[in-house]
Write a protein of this length. Structure first.
Lengths: 183, 92
């Protein structure tokens, strides 16, 4: 059993949200990466769909202690999106439609660890689970996998996101049980 | 972008968790929203409880006015979205 400490197994897919579920139409959807120099890289939905995608099968670990194993996703690797971005940033702030934010080190977005995911179990990602597209960074607790993702700001300095500024751990490694500040 | 569904409870869900921190029932305290300036009782906030913490939003503008995270040995209360809380007190 591949369960991190303190987690229990669930077969369903619980929906956690810090606000109303949003419906973001794909015809107005955009994803923007802004570098530490202020350079903007923008993709609309058609451009995202035209990029090569991957089908990662990953385990999910929520800080509220449920884990769901071997989930099937489809999305664009952040490596594909960031390969053409000139940056030496150490940190990233992820922004969502609706105002949610979460921070993580830049290197956690690279090397096959993160995707902009738009399908789950072969179906379009539903709004409840963050569709049309969400960040997927399964090696960190699931609050880092921001739903309704709309962009990433690359920065030299780390700053806390929505939950990281309200007591949750800055990094959130489930295998080191980094749930709260100080863990 | 619009709202698809909205699964929240009212601010009475904050009664127990806030009583752990404050010695008085906070649900009748009047909070003023930083974002829109509206004032209303804590009990009237829209509370999203299916989350890593409790997230209270202004019923007028939907902005976050309070976040409450309960860890095993600490609680974090983030009130940056609240301009002020007017708390009923016994007359001196």
């Amino acid at each position: 059993m591949r369960l991190p400490p303190g987690q229990y197994l669930t077969e369903d897919f619980p929906v956690l949200t810090a606000g109303p579920t949003l419906r973001v139409p794909t015809d107005t959807w955009e994803f923007v990466i802004i570098t530490e120099a202020g350079e903007k890289h923008r993709w609309d939905w058609k451009q995202l769909m035209a990029l090569p995608s991957e089908r990662p099968t990953v385990d999910l670990h929520c800080v509220t202690k449920w884990s769901k194993l071997r989930t099937d996703w489809q999305g664009v690797s952040l490596d594909v999106l960031l390969d053409g971005v000139d940056t030496a940033a150490d940190y990233a702030m992820v922004h969502s439609y609706g105002g949610y934010t979460t921070n993580l080190p830049y290197e956690d977005l690279r090397n096959g660890q993160a995707w902009i995911a738009y399908k789950f179990d072969g179906e379009d990602l539903t709004p409840e689970h963050g569709g049309p597209a969400r960040l997927l960074v399964p090696h960190l607790y699931l609050w880092k996998s921001a739903k309704w993702v709309r962009g990433i700001t690359l920065t030299d300095e780390d700053s806390p996101g929505f939950w990281e500024s309200a007591g949750y751990h800055d990094y959130g490694d489930p295998w080191r049980e980094q749930r709260y500040q100080g863990d | 972008m619009d709202l698809f569904s909205d699964d929240f409870t009212d601010g009475n869900a904050l009664a127990g968790p806030l009583r752990e921190i404050f010695a008085v029932d906070m649900t009748s305290a009047m909070g003023r929203c930083v974002s829109c300036g509206d004032e209303g009782p804590v009990a009237g906030m829209k509370v999203y409880a299916h989350a890593p913490g409790l997230v209270a939003r202004c019923p007028s503008c939907q902005e976050v006015v309070m976040r409450l995270v309960r860890g095993p040995s600490s609680a974090w209360l983030d009130l940056r979205g609240t301009m002020s809380l007017r708390i009923p007190m016994p007359a001196e």
